[in-house]
Unconditional design. Structure first.
Length: 84
């Protein structure tokens, strides 16, 4: 597991070959074997900007349920995490 700060309130977690973007303390996007993905859930305008910056554009990445991302980090779907 590797944690990498990217920008203010943006952190990347690399775990099991998958990269996951945390906006504040919530995992919201990432990259896996299938390419880029982003949550379908809307959190805030700032989190949306974080996702778009991380993925390289607003049209990049398949939309997935938040539960999919939660499972990647080993949680059942909490909204807050304490990795940082």
């Amino acid at each position: 597991m590797n944690i990498k700060p990217l920008a203010s309130n943006m952190t990347e977690l690399n775990i099991n070959g998958v990269s996951i973007l945390f906006s504040y303390q919530t995992p919201v996007a990432g990259w896996d074997d299938g390419g880029a993905f982003r949550t379908k859930e809307w959190y805030s305008q700032t989190t949306t900007r974080h996702i778009n910056k991380y993925l390289g554009g607003k049209a990049i990445g398949r939309e997935v349920e938040q539960n999919f991302i939660d499972q990647l980090v080993g949680e059942n779907s909490p909204k807050q995490y304490n990795y940082f």
